[in-house]
Design a protein around this ligand. Structure first.
Ligand code: ATP
Length: 253
């Protein structure tokens, strides 16, 4: 359902993704691993249309994300087209990114009301269900500054789910948290993985979490996939030398 087709992304002269090809099937849970700077976050940001490709095309369910089809030609996508198509994709960031001036329920209902056009009562009902899922039913009227980092991140997960995404992108979602707050957030995500069929792309250093939720691991180096496979194989018997070195370093942390 997601296809990177010969994607090049560069910042100035720095080529971050180098003619990258890969596919992710609907319902897959893919963990992206690789050294710092290997392009993992860039892949998620391209999917979220926060960045533009320099070359190549990204497809979602056979529809181009980066381009529009005009007759038999692909032309760069307009802002309007991008806004429509990216509704299907949700992202949770390292730094929560909640709206500071809105309370919890407003944070969760803002996009469903203003982007999807849901009526307020329906959006609030759905938000309450999601707050229960993430264990924060008692925090409806709290503002982000009144919440711990772990609670803010659970609100951010509820906010992403409120858009009913087909694809959920998780970018180092526990990296900014105090260690004692990590487990609750990962448990919420394990639950999302267990109870939905949302396609997930996950960037994380939490290897046990990656093993628990993903069915596939892709190892990136210098903007290319150097090895991929199921988590049990990649984590216990990697073949590629770069994967071996990377995992040794991560597991020693
Ligand atoms: N907006 C930008 N402008 C310039 N360079 C950028 C920008 N965004 C990313 N880069 C560079 O692109 C490269 C890939 O970054 P990216 O964040 O995708 O890597 P990563 O694999 O996610 O790394 P990490 O594990 O450290 O988060 C890095 O060298 C980074 O400095």
């Amino acid at each position: 359902m997601i296809r990177f087709d010969d994607v090049v992304k560069q910042f100035g002269d720095h080529v971050v993704l180098d003619h990258l090809d890969f596919q992710v099937a609907r319902g897959d849970r893919v963990t992206l691993i690789g050294p710092s700077g290997s392009g993992k976050t860039t892949i998620l940001r391209l999917l979220m249309t926060l960045e533009k490709v320099n070359e190549g095309v990204i497809w979602v369910d056979g529809v181009p994300l980066t381009h529009e089809e005009k007759g038999s030609k692909l032309v760069p996508a307009s802002e309007k087209y991008v806004r429509r198509i990216r509704r299907r994709i949700g992202m949770v960031f390292q730094q929560f990114n909640l709206f500071p001036n809105m309370n919890v329920i407003e944070n969760i209902t803002e996009a469903p009301i203003h982007v999807l056009g849901l009526d307020k009562a329906a959006a609030v009902t759905r938000a309450r269900e999601l707050l229960e899922t993430v264990g924060l039913s008692d925090k409806e009227t709290a503002h982000p500054t009144q919440l711990s980092g772990g609670q803010q991140q659970r609100v951010a997960i509820a906010r992403a789910l409120a858009m009913d995404p087909d694809i959920l992108l998780l970018d180092e979602v526990t990296s900014a948290l105090d260690p004692e707050l990590v487990a609750d957030v990962l448990d919420v995500l394990r639950n999302v993985a267990r109870t939905t069929d949302i396609t997930m792309l996950i960037v994380t250093h939490e290897m046990q979490f990656a093993r628990d939720v993903s069915n596939r691991v892709m190892m990136f180096d210098a903007g290319r996939v150097v090895e991929e496979g199921d988590p049990a194989t990649i984590f216990t018997a990697p073949k590629n030398e770069r994967t071996k070195t990377f995992l040794k370093a991560v597991l020693a942390e």
